[in-house]
Design a binder for this molecule. Structure first.
Ligand SMILES: *[C@@H]1O[C@H](CO)[C@@H](O)[C@H](O)[C@H]1NC(C)=O
Ligand SMILES: *[C@@H]1O[C@H](CO)[C@@H](O)[C@H](O)[C@H]1NC(C)=O
Ligand SMILES: *[C@@H]1O[C@H](CO)[C@@H](O)[C@H](O)[C@H]1NC(C)=O
Length: 420
């Protein structure tokens, strides 16, 4: 690249330099000397200009290169390798070397009415078939653990976008703390894609990398962490679990803005006498008799081009649900045969249905929030949260206060509270 550039540019410039030379009939001796000096000066200046020009060209080329789509693969590889560098060597699990760039499906644009669909849905249709993305961060030893906890009793699997640093930090200190609870291990893992482009993307990736170095709790893949990619995230996790954590007895699968009473969760799971994770369990806020929302303004809009059927199978609200390790693996098997539906919790319901299984309702899971009886009482009174196992939509500071509230040894509650 460089020698070629130097040669051609230099030659062209030299040519123009010779053409610029003054005519040779001005031939007195003094003049000749002056001319020689002048020409040497000119040559020197020209060389300087040429070198600078070459450098500029090289820089511009380097700068432009990552933006060319045809080189997408190379950038991703480079970034992935970079991301993995500070990590412990992690066997082949990082999958970077085996990853093949997934091309967009151009004929998705032929479906009728495509051009009138919202851009994010068009985008979904173009990339619906893509299921493999390079792993940027991995924690392959999560279930082999420092405690040799081959038995992870409850694995907390929390979907979190890169920028949600505050949520992750508060969860690590509260309900998602890795610990021995009632004699069994609770472990935690966050699932993330990437957001932003260029510098912003690199910075957020760096953030996750730093967090992972400290906490060893992030799985990150190189795909855009958008609402419509949540199902993809879920499938990638199940694939990871199949490889690295099949022995987990139970999972809490949820968002990073929930309040989960994981103490109660362990009690509940331990009370399931005939289930040690090897039988079916899928419990949460049960939703039935609904179908795709067809209003294009809705966040949950699913047009007929994405799903033709007007009904969804029963499913549990995606804010958080409990499942056994066995059911997780059954669902994973089903994912191979069902095209991705962008609504992740509904997709779980589809997988269950196909496996001949179903979700069930758990009274303690309130992804739609609590019904606190009156306007005058404190909705965040810890007494309401001692008995539940999961509530959706908590801000980080509320989670922190509540977690300490329910563990307050002197907490006094009336009988009516805690039975909502
Ligand atoms: C669909 O799209 C592909 C790729 O753009 C094109 O080659 C093909 O002819 C189209 N098919 C139909 C039926 O329009
Ligand atoms: C591409 O899209 C078309 C139209 O929706 C679909 O029939 C085809 O199966 C898709 N191809 C892949 C590889 O997903
Ligand atoms: C999902 O992620 C892939 C990979 O980054 C991206 O190409 C696609 O556009 C994303 N889909 C949506 C609907 O955001």
């Amino acid at each position: 690249m460089k020698p070629f550039c130097l040669k051609t540019v230099a030659c062209e410039a030299e040519h123009s330099l010779w053409n610029l030379r003054p005519p040779s009939d001005l031939s007195s001796l003094g003049r000749a000397t002056k001319m020689r000096r002048l020409s040497r000066l000119l040559e020197f200046t020209a060389l300087l200009v040429i070198s600078i020009l070459c450098l500029v060209i090289i820089f511009i080329k380097e700068d432009i290169r990552p933006k060319k789509p045809s080189n997408h693969f190379q950038i991703n590889r480079r970034e992935s390798t970079y991301q993995n560098r500070p990590q412990k060597p992690t066997s082949e699990s990082a999958g970077v070397s085996t990853w093949v760039h997934c091309e967009r499906n151009e004929s998705a644009a032929n479906v009728s009415g495509f051009s009138s669909l919202p851009v994010h849905i068009q985008d979904f249709l173009f990339y619906r078939h893509c299921r493999h993305f390079p792993m940027l961060l991995d924690v392959p030893d999560k279930c082999r653990g420092p405690h040799k906890s081959a038995d992870v009793f409850l694995l907390l699997v929390i979907k979190s976008s890169p920028a949600n640093y505050d949520r992750r930090e508060v969860l690590r200190k509260t309900w998602a703390k890795e610990r021995l609870q009632n004699g069994v291990w609770i472990q935690r893992i966050f699932l993330s894609g990437t957001t932003g482009t260029g510098f912003e993307k690199r910075k957020l990736n760096k953030l996750l990398q730093l967090e992972n170095r400290e906490h060893n709790d992030i799985l990150q893949w190189d795909f855009i962490d958008s609402f419509f990619n949540l199902t993809l995230k879920q499938i990638l996790f199940l694939e990871w679990m199949d490889k690295n954590c099949r022995q987990a007895r139970f999972l809490l699968n949820g968002d990073d803005d929930i309040f989960a009473n994981t103490d109660n969760m362990v009690d509940y799971l331990q009370s399931l006498k005939d289930n040690d994770g090897d039988k079916h369990l899928f419990a949460g806020h049960l939703i039935r008799y609904v179908g795709p929302i067809r209003e294009s303004g809705s966040k949950y809009y699913v047009p007929v081009q994405v799903q033709e059927s007007d009904s969804y199978p029963p499913y549990c609200g995606g804010g958080g649900f409990l499942l056994s390790g066995n059911t997780a693996m059954v669902i994973y098997k089903m994912t191979h045969t069902i095209p991705i539906l962008p609504i992740d919790d509904v997709y779980m319901g589809m997988c269950l249905e196909k496996a001949g299984l179903g979700p069930e309702s758990h009274f303690g899971v309130r992804t739609a929030g609590l019904n606190v009886p009156s306007q005058n009482v404190d909705t965040y009174d810890p007494c309401y949260y001692r008995e539940i196992i999961l509530v959706h939509r908590f801000l980080p500071h509320q989670i922190y206060i509540m977690w300490h509230g329910i563990h307050e040894p002197n907490l006094k509650c009336s009988n009516s509270q805690g039975s909502l």
